[in-house]
Design a protein around this ligand. Sequence first.
Ligand SMILES: [Zn+2]
Length: 154
Amino acid sequence: MKMHYATLRLGRTATEAQIKAAYRARARELHPDAVPTVDPRGFVELSEAYQTLTDPAARADYDARLLSYCRKLKWVLCEGCGQPNRVPRVPAGQVATCGRCRIELPAVGVEETPRSRLREKAIEVAVEIGGDLLDVAGDYLHQRLAKMRRGGGV
Ligand SMILES: [Zn+2]
């Protein structure tokens, strides 16, 4: 997966004008005619990033793939420079910062627990606590249902 935003050193919400400006600035550093000692692959990568991100349909498709890729690897993209960062569990009261530009990274979203897993967990807890909880929950649900049937809402 190519990191187009990191190549342009832009966050994922960059506007087209910002992308164009970043491309021009990076091209001065990466174009082999401007800097003969530079690896030409850098400019090829930059051009690819520019072409993808300035085409709205290609950008939308790329964004969707990038987000699912980062989610899978538990990477957080820097909002300042687009650098993917592997963020470990951050202790309370501390923040994670980008490894490249050092700005604060967006908070890592709490991973959503699949519903099936929640249900399993609820059963585990119920078994641990004992039948009392099930009786209480049963009564509660019964009352709610009865109220709904009377048309009183929930
Ligand atoms: Zn950064």
